[in-house]
Design a protein around this ligand. Structure first.
Ligand SMILES: [Fe+2]
Length: 137
């Protein structure tokens, strides 16, 4: 497997994990916070699904095989919304890192089209990082 496909599969695994994590937290978030956090977690799950689809198409385009397993980092079960937000923050930081590294690789091989779509994903991950930080403050 090429290093590029490997990196894209790492990103895909992170998205698959994020889909599970956000869907799980959307189901368990309780109390008054549920009003805001349930829709937030649902939309993060959907966003991760869209990112996963983009990365899958990119792997196919580069002749690779898409992974089907999620990143193995455990998903902490909790009903404490602060623990959920902290896990979300950690998840988004990891995703932003992976996409940053992927952008460097795409810059080297000069795949501008894919670079641009990965940059869009990268920017949404950074926005999520800031959002989770603000919510935890
Ligand atoms: Fe994402």
């Amino acid at each position: 497997m090429s290093a590029l496909v490997e990196k894209m599969n790492q990103a895909l695994g992170l998205e698959l994990r994020a889909i599970n994590m956000y869907a799980h937290y959307a189901a368990y978030v309780k109390g008054m916070y549920r009003l805001q956090l349930e829709p937030l977690f649902q939309s993060e799950a959907t966003e991760s699904m869209v990112h996963a689809a983009t990365i899958r198409n990119a792997i196919v385009k580069h002749g690779g095989i898409c992974g089907t397993e999620r990143d193995s980092n455990p998903i902490t079960h909790t009903e404490d919304y602060r623990v959920m937000l902290q896990s979300a923050l950690d998840t988004e930081i990891k995703a932003a890192e992976a996409y940053g590294e992927l952008m460097e690789m795409l810059d080297e091989i000069e795949d501008r089209e894919l670079y641009d779509s990965v940059e869009q994903i990268y920017l949404t991950e950074l926005r999520s990082v800031e959002e989770m930080r603000m919510l935890l403050n």
